[in-house]
Design a protein around this ligand. Structure first.
Ligand code: CP3
Length: 354
């Protein structure tokens, strides 16, 4: 029995399985897309990437970003396209220096003091990211009618980790020290990121994104009180405002590593769906979370590298546990570069019962 939709009926939506699942319907076969479905594991991506100046140049080029977004749709007929971009365009648009160094990941000029934070220009975000919204418009026009378009942003906490650390971190010493020792200063940063994320997500919705996903990749590194303060509360503020600015648009939250914190996250942020990381037991999630929200996940990306029977059995086990309620098949984190695209074909036919 389909459950009651949280959203008003949209005749277009019924043609898109992803939107049906997000509105609370249980489908005979789950819609499927993969986090990082566009990227270095695809030869056609590597070809464009080799010709482009830098990764950020790709994000700011509407034609190339459109082309890269469509690559996995053409190859695999995923049920959703996710805009090709990055969560770090937001700090970049606020005026922080951001570069992607080969083999090193992102490198940012760290933001640590009140005056660093005061220099961040939230008002400039939508203007500076206008090429990204142009890409959203182009993609929306190019997609097949059954394919939904997902826009996204990083959650304030996760984006703040990169901004304060100056890049990826092992121990998160700088960002946690700031949050614990100087919460009033850290809050100023989080507040700016809440505002910037709302503006960025709203602009993507206005340009044609039909679903929004909030990536909280580093939600799992905080003790529970801080998880509540720096992950749940800011996400709730973003969701509440988007409900007014972009009514009816479903929102997926991905609090990676939140553990038992998934329960509070699902109950308190107001999101429509929650992305499960690889470690969450699907039967626990079905029992504890699926009555409140639709679920998405959570095959280990390394099983997609391994392929074969172990991958297929794990995928079917996940569908067995979660397919009895509103569910979207995905990975528990992004596709990794050594993945063989043929394994993606095999995974999709397994999920689709072929
Ligand atoms: O999912 C998609 O297909 C859409 C595109 C997308 C990218 N990044 C492209 C990308 C999305 C949704 C992201 C989100 C993102 N970016 C997150 C949250 C999700 C997650 O993976 O945890 C985070 C933490 C980032 C920050 C980021 N971007 C890092 C740490 C790195 C370097 C590590 C890496 O994988 O290279 C990036 C670069 C990046 N973002 C690449 C791509 C395709 C690789 C860039 C390249 O081609 O060299």
């Amino acid at each position: 029995m389909p459950s009651v939709s949280k959203h008003s009926f949209d005749p277009k939506a019924s043609a898109k399985p992803l939107l049906a699942a997000l509105s609370g319907k249980t489908l005979a076969r789950p819609p499927v897309w993969l986090m990082r479905q566009a990227g270095r594991y695809l030869p056609e991506y590597r070809e464009i990437r080799a010709k482009a100046g830098s990764f950020l140049d790709l994000c700011y080029d509407p034609e190339l970003a459109t082309e890269i977004t469509l690559q996995p749709i053409r190859r695999f007929a995923m049920d959703a396209a996710i805009l090709f971009c990055d969560i770090l365009v937001v700090p970049h648009a606020m005026g922080q220096s951001v570069a992607f160094k080969e083999g090193e990941g992102p490198v940012l000029g760290p933001v640590r003091t009140l005056s660093d934070i005061a220099r961040l220009d939230v008002g400039a975000v939508v203007e500076r990211l206008s090429p990204v919204y142009l890409a959203v418009e182009k993609i929306a026009k190019a997609l097949p009618p059954e394919t939904a378009l997902i826009g996204f942003a990083g959650a304030p906490w996760t984006v703040a980790t990169y901004m304060v650390e100056g890049g990826t971190s092992r121990d998160f010493l700088a960002v946690k020290s700031l949050a614990y020792s100087d919460p009033a200063v850290f809050e100023q940063l989080i507040d700016r990121l809440v505002e910037a994320s709302i503006a960025h997500l709203s602009a993507q919705a206005a340009a044609g994104a039909e679903v929004l996903q909030i990536f909280d990749t580093w939600a799992g590194i905080l003790p529970s009180k801080q998880f509540e303060k720096w992950c749940i509360a800011p996400t709730r503020r973003i969701v509440e405002t988007l409900r007014k600015q972009a009514p009816g648009i479903p929102i997926i939250g991905f609090p990676r590593g939140a553990g038992v914190g998934y329960q509070r996250y699902a109950g308190e942020t107001g999101v429509d769906a929650v992305g499960l990381d690889t470690s969450v037991p699907p039967d626990w999630a079905a029992e504890t979370l699926q009555g409140k929200v639709a679920l998405q996940g959570n095959l280990d990306p390394v099983l997609l590298v391994a392929g074969g029977a172990p991958m297929r059995e794990a995928a079917l086990g996940i569908i067995d546990a979660l397919g009895g309620g509103p569910f979207i098949f995905n990975l528990g984190h992004g596709v990794v570069p050594p993945t063989d695209p043929d394994n993606v074909v095999d995974l999709l036919s397994t999920v689709r019962g072929g």
